[in-house]
Design a protein around this ligand. Structure first.
Ligand code: SF4
Ligand code: SF4
Length: 203
């Protein structure tokens, strides 16, 4: 990298000028322009050392319109929603809400890291509840492992068998009855969520 490497990298980024405005709207009108880049959020975040970009950098990237890198990063999925950053931010920016908005957008655009368990688990949980009216823990774990890194499953097999033997991870878990009634209502709610997401994605 030459002495202008940083500047060149910035110029080579694909910047989307409307991205920041869109994320601002999604994060309940959170005004990212107020951010003074003080770094308090990254300093207080208990997970920043595991993130590819700290929260301060994420805010900066969103403002710059660096949509691709933000939506494909691991940071937004590692955020544990502890709100520590939002509490400490001197500009009262709700960084956690911005993270939620970014996660939603990444899922809508299919940009979330394919082998990272959290986004896969999020989507599969939604699909299982939509189909059965309730979660099925064993199926959720199994499908998440298969879609991310099935080798992890080998290491977890012994624990899974023990939990099954103790009845804490049932193989057969009763679904909410198909048809009218509660399941019908739930399906309408889930379909409405899907519809809202689709509308927001195209907005
Ligand atoms: S703490 Fe607030 S003002 Fe400081 S960098 Fe983070 S978001 Fe910006
Ligand atoms: S809410 Fe997320 S980004 Fe903020 S401090 Fe907690 S883990 Fe870090």
């Amino acid at each position: 990298m030459d002495k202008w490497g940083g500047q060149l990298a910035l110029e080579q980024m694909e910047l989307d000028p409307v991205f920041a405005e869109r994320m601002t709207r999604k994060a309940w009108g959170e005004n990212l322009r107020r951010c003074i880049q003080c770094g308090t959020c990254t300093g207080t975040c208990p997970l920043s050392e595991y993130m590819d970009y700290g929260p301060r950098k994420i805010i900066s990237m969103v403002r710059a319109g660096n949509k691709k890198d933000v939506l494909e990063c691991k940071t937004i999925w590692l955020c544990a929603s502890c709100y520590e950053c939002a509490v400490e931010c001197p500009k009262e920016i709700k960084i956690t809400d911005v993270m939620y908005a970014l996660k939603q957008q990444a899922l809508l655009e299919g940009k979330s890291p394919k082998k990272l368990p959290v986004p896969v688990l999020d989507r599969e949980f939604f699909n299982i509840v939509k189909k059965r009216g309730r979660n099925h823990e064993m199926w959720l774990i199994a499908i998440t492992i298969l879609k991310t890194n099935w080798l992890i499953g080998l290491g977890l097999a012994t624990m899974g068998i023990k939990l099954m033997a103790q009845g804490r991870l049932p193989i057969f878990d009763e679904a909410i009855k198909v048809g009218t009634g509660k399941k019908g209502d739930l399906k309408k709610i889930m379909d409405a969520c899907d519809e809202i997401e689709r509308e927001e994605a195209s907005a």
